[in-house]
Structures are given as C-alpha cells and as structure tokens.
Design a protein around this ligand. Sequence first.
Ligand code: FES
Length: 158
Amino acid sequence: MILNEQSIAEIREKMVKYPRRKSAILPALTVAYRQIGHLNEDLYGEISKIIEIPVVEIAEAASFYTMFPKHPVGKYLIQVCHNISCALLGADGLVRYLEKKLEIRKGETTPDNLFTLITVECLGSCSTAPMMQINDRYYENLTREKVDTILDELRKQA
Ligand code: FES
C-alpha cells in the first residue's frame, strides 16, 4: 500500500459525508495527493478498493484536474493560468519571466526540487488576472515584482 493508515482513515471519514460513493472520488484524490505529492495508477487502484468505485472512474476524475499532478513535482507547484483573461493581461510574458528566473522550461522542475512550473486553464479568478496558483494558494494581479517577492518568500520558507 502507498497510502498510509492516516490517509486511509481520512478517506473513510470523507466517505461518510457523501451518500453517493462516487462523490468521494475528489476528496479521496485530494487526500492521496496531499500525502504523496502527486497521483499515479497505483493510487487509483488503492482508492478504488477503499471507496469501491471502478478504477477507471478514479483515473478519469484524476486526469480531468490539473491540480493533481501525475508525476513527481517540486515542493512548490506553480500553476500559471494562461486562459483568456490572464492571457490578455500578460500570462505568457509571466511564464517566460518565470522560466528565465527559475532557469527551467514550462513542465520542468528546478534541480533543487523546489519549483515545478506548469500552465493551466482558467482557475476561476479572472477578475484578478494575471494570476497563478502555488500549491493551495492563489497569487493574483501579478507583476514581475510580485513574482520576485513571492519566489523569495517561498525560498526562505523552504
Ligand atoms: S482566465 Fe485566468 S483565472 Fe480565469
């Protein structure tokens, strides 16, 4: 088993909240992601057994959401929205700036395993574009100066 006892217990607790087992898929994936840092086929199988839903349905749900990386990522997963509002307000330039600053290309992780940079579709914060999500937190109305401050802070916390 990849999931530890705490995660399994947490998934079982969440299942009680949902009369339809299928509704527990996303909470279960979230628990697994928080423990492991990414998702994979083995985890889908384990979740499938716990919540008694076919593994294909677990995999389908996981594949739909970019918030669940499917391979190991850095401590900080930087997800830059590149959808219409963010694109119009400079998301592409922001991605290029992050690539230059982190010395990686989109989709890559820094050699110190601290940052992974990806682009994602709309994160529902269009009125504060351009924006990005790093792990669970939104960073909005971004400028290059704000990006510098954010990365400096995260490096200090690492
Ligand atoms: S377009 Fe970027 S948050 Fe909606």
